[in-house]
Design a protein around this ligand. Structure first.
Ligand code: KG4
Ligand code: ZN
Length: 357
């Protein structure tokens, strides 16, 4: 890649996200969001009850160019105006990631622009920089990342330089638990939004579902780790029992009680991490942060603990290209060098690796 001087004050960056079932193209200028175009193949997966990797990859191929065209038009720019391309190189579904990585490399070569290969999870954590005020993060901050594939507590000293993993789920991710519980309640994929909608009609105190890894002995050994598979099994048993007794299953109460248990565990551990590390800041990111109760409880608990909370707007919680563009912009503004064209998709990229060189 030829040497060029980058606009490091407010770089114009295009971000490409194809790690799962959303084809996301985002464009940012510095900390300002110019467009956030998302084409989802969710409906194609719904009949299988979960994401089918091959179907997702094929959909990305079909959607990428239309999404790119729409994003560029919405931002009112031309591709030539760009300072750089950013792309999710992992983690995610290999075939799906490869579509975005291939497209990003092709654009970088054709336009002769630098490319930044970035981590999807760190992208989620940085999404709130794009809120309307564009306020930079204060460091250090605790970050709670809750998505379909990951549930992690992070100590972020610098979004583009130092992300430490404090703990993560030892079995299912929170989003996965939402999707599995939705399935057993007969709700369509993706289950998170469906449960959230139904839960608003139910009683969160109706059933006391277990809070995984929160007993004193667990908090000693797994203080920042999560476990949601016991909760999912407990919901399944409870529902089966009602069916065996011939009772109608109060789906809204089950949804509300389950949602409450997840939100309670997430926030209990996140606030404990803030207190233990004497870090009065908490950052939320990931698809499950779209959950109404998670947002509400986070606000309540953070206020009670004197913790400054940042929650991304709904449109930036689930997968999108804007957060990827923004992470690229943050790397540029901090003076980081671009990636070479040698990187490839890495389905298991750890959250501590912010950029792939
Ligand atoms: O971050 P994301 O868009 O994709 C991954 O990187 O995994 O997260 C998707 C997950 C899915 O499991 C979905 O059910 C969940 O986020 N989700 C929600 C809500 N909206 C999406 N979970 C609970 N409540 C919601 N409102
Ligand atoms: Zn995601």
């Amino acid at each position: 890649m030829r040497a060029r001087s980058l606009n490091r004050d407010a770089p114009l960056v295009l971000g490409i996200e194809t790690s799962c079932d959303e084809t996301g193209i985002g464009i940012v200028r510095g900390r300002k969001l110019l467009s956030n175009t998302i084409a989802s193949s969710m409906e194609e997966h719904a009949r299988y009850g979960g994401v089918v990797p091959e179907v997702a990859a094929r959909a990305h191929l079909e959607e990428l160019v239309p999404a790119l065209t729409a994003a560029v038009a919405e931002a009112g720019i031309t591709l030539d105006d760009l300072d750089a391309i950013a792309v999710t190189s992992g983690p995610g579904l290999s075939g799906a990631l490869m579509v975005g990585v291939g497209a990003a490399k092709a654009l970088a070569v054709a336009l002769d622009k630098p490319i930044y290969a970035v981590n999807h999870l760190v992208g989620h954590v940085g999404a709130d920089i794009l809120d309307e005020s564009g306020t930079p993060f204060d460091y250090p901050t605790i970050a709670l990342l809750v998505s379909g594939g990951h549930t992690s507590l992070l100590l972020v000293r610098d979004l583009v330089g130092d992300v430490e993993l404090l703990g993560e789920t030892i079995d299912d991710a929170a989003g996965e638990a939402f999707d599995k519980v939705a399935r057993l309640l007969g709700l369509p994929y993706p289950g998170g939004p469906e449960i959230d909608r139904l839960a608003a009609l139910g009683d969160p105190t109706a059933i006391r579902f277990p809070r995984g890894l929160t007993l004193p002995k667990d908090m000693a050994k797994h203080r920042y780790d999560f476990s949601f598979s016991g909760l999912k099994t407990s919901v399944a048993r409870w529902v089966e029992k009602q069916q065996d007794l011939g009772n109608e299953v109060p789906i809204a109460d089950v949804a509300a009680s389950f949602r409450e248990a997840v939100a309670d565990v997430l926030l209990t551990k996140a606030i404990a991490a803030c207190a233990d590390h004497q870090v009065p800041r908490l950052l939320l990111g990931g698809g499950v942060v779209a959950n109404a109760r998670v947002r509400e409880l986070a606000t309540e608990r953070a206020a009670a603990a004197g913790v400054a909370l940042r929650i991304p707007p709904l449109s930036l919680c689930t997968d999108n290209g804007a957060m990827i563009a923004e992470l690229g912009a943050q790397l540029i503004m901090a003076g980081h060098a671009p990636s070479t064209l040698d990187f490839s998709a890495d389905s298991t990229l750890p959250v501590t690796q912010i950029q792939v060189s």
